[in-house]
Design a protein around this ligand. Structure first.
Ligand code: B1M
Length: 212
């Protein structure tokens, strides 16, 4: 459908107002919210993710595209609830204790959201207990995403994984980790379920972990 392609192109170009107008037009034309979400908004993010990963586009373009997508999603939310659509999964994200960096984490959040996963952002400098308490009180959360940008805060990744172990919650959630100093080797060593080097691949990994 041409209008879905137009929405996707507007998202990729980061044209928020165009996205809002086109999504509204599509709704008015009777296209289902589900179709608009999957065929236009998520489809656009599926193009943006790999481009970002391959350095064809950069942080500012991803941020404006993600904001444009969120504007479109906001119009669909009440309709999606009406259509009885469940999100693909529910996740919580934060930058680990002692670490204030959030630009990469925010990008990862947006990309995961773009995959149709509902994600709560606990912010920066998040203590292991705070992640655990969140999961204890939100029983439908099945993914925990941890970001760390400092070599000095890498141990906080491990203590957060351990805190889930100690709380008896380790089997209930998948834990994925990332950030510039994080490696697959470290992820394996601390017992995380997944690692990705960038926001582009984080969304696919999140979906894969939730589906596993
Ligand atoms: Co700071 N900082 N910083 N800093 N900072 C770095 C990280 C550093 C490499 C700079 C340097 O020295 N060359 C260095 C760390 C060195 C190290 O530990 N090896 C450093 C330092 C030392 C510090 C301070 C200690 C400086 C000081 O005060 N002496 C201090 C620490 C404060 C604290 O956190 N307690 C500090 C402070 C800051 C600012 C507040 C000034 C600011 C942060 C602002 C903010 O985030 N709101 C800042 C910034 C901006 C940087 C640099 C310049 C840029 C980081 C960034 O946003 N990159 C950084 C140097 C650099 O990287 N060039 C640096 C862009 C972002 C898109 O990339 O965050 O890597 P990134 O995220 C990527 C991937 O890593 C991945 O996907 C993202 C997108 O592709 N990813 C995940 C991230 N999280 C993921 C999670 C996943 C999967 C993938 O799954 C869950």
């Amino acid at each position: 459908m041409a209008i879905l392609d137009d929405i996707s192109a507007a998202v990729q170009a980061g044209k928020r107002r165009d996205v809002e107008a086109l999504v509204q037009q599509a709704i008015d034309e009777g296209i289902s919210a589900h179709e608009i979400l999957n065929g236009a908004l998520l489809a656009a993010m599926d193009i943006i993710g790999p481009k970002f990963k391959n350095n064809e586009i950069f942080v500012p373009e991803v941020l404006v595209a993600a904001r444009a997508m969120n504007a479109g999603t906001a119009l669909l939310k009440p309709l999606l609830a009406g259509e009885g659509n469940e999100p693909l999964g529910r996740a919580v994200i934060g930058t680990v204790q002692g670490d204030m960096h959030d630009i990469g984490k925010n990008l990862v959040k947006m990309m995961i959201e773009g995959k149709g996963i509902e994600i709560e952002d606990l912010g920066v400098d998040v203590a292991p207990e705070t992640f655990v308490e969140y999961v204890q009180t939100h029983k439908d959360v099945n993914l925990v995403a941890l970001s760390a940008l400092l070599t000095t805060t890498l141990p906080a990744l491990e203590s957060t994984v351990k805190a889930f172990d100690e709380a008896g919650l380790r089997d209930r959630v998948k834990i994925m980790v990332g950030g510039a100093p994080v490696t697959q080797e470290l992820a394996d060593q601390i017992g995380a379920d997944g690692y990705t080097p960038d926001a582009g691949s984080a969304a696919a990994k999140a979906a894969e972990l939730i589906a596993a």
